[in-house]
Every structure is written in C-alpha cells, then in structure tokens.
Design a protein around this ligand. Sequence first.
Ligand SMILES: [Zn+2]
Length: 138
Amino acid sequence: MVTSAQCLKKYGAPELEANMILWDVPTEIETGVIPNKLYCNKDMVAPLTAAFTNLITRKLVDELKTFDGCFNIRKKRGLTSMSLHSWGIAVDINAFENGLGQTPKLSGGFVKCFTDAGFDWGGLWKRLDGMHFQLKTI
Ligand SMILES: [Zn+2]
C-alpha cells in the first residue's frame, strides 16, 4: 500500500501542490455525478479515466451517487499520519453510506471498476473506509 512517506518523497510537502492539476474530465466520461473538472494529482488522470470508463461500460454509473472529493490536506481521521488525499491521489465516493468504520454499501462490481483501474479500496482495510479509493502504486 502507498504510504505518506512515499508520497512525501515523490511529491514533496502537500502544501507545494506539486503534480496537482485541474483536470478537465473528457466529455465522454462525464456522466452522472462524475465531475466536469477535478483538481487532482497528474498521476490520477489515467487510472480515473479507466475507472470512470469501467463504470460507464459496465453500466454502474447510477451507483455513483456522490463524489466526495480528492485533494484535501489533512491527517488520516483520528491518526497522526497524513491522508493520501493530501497529495490528491485518493477519492471518496458515496460517503453518506460508506462511512469510516461502517460496513461498505458499494457493490463488488462497482469496487472492481476501480480496483481493475489501479486503485486500492479502503473497504478491505481493518479500519473500514468504504468510501475511499487510492492509487495502488505511485
Ligand atoms: Zn478518502
């Protein structure tokens, strides 16, 4: 799993916002609540393109009800290490029903759209974080 130490080494301090871009999401993958523009790490463009394309081709877009953010400089909730959101390499989805410590509601098919595209899913962690997808490697 990618660590905050690896991010610090590759991207520098989160406040530098190195590698961050305002990604103009291609029209063909803007559907449902998929954002038109997304402030994220450059390294997210290819994996998110793949994940959103998977949602569309597998007809699972309707399951994406809320897109709850990407870049946010903060510590992991309740912990001291920095969240990977601090470097814009994680996204939260359907937060209202996939809260920290709650049994995730996302379907296996939906999750697979992201894991097939190069993301780790927080719903498999000991500390359940079902809304959270982050890059598997950087
Ligand atoms: Zn998250």
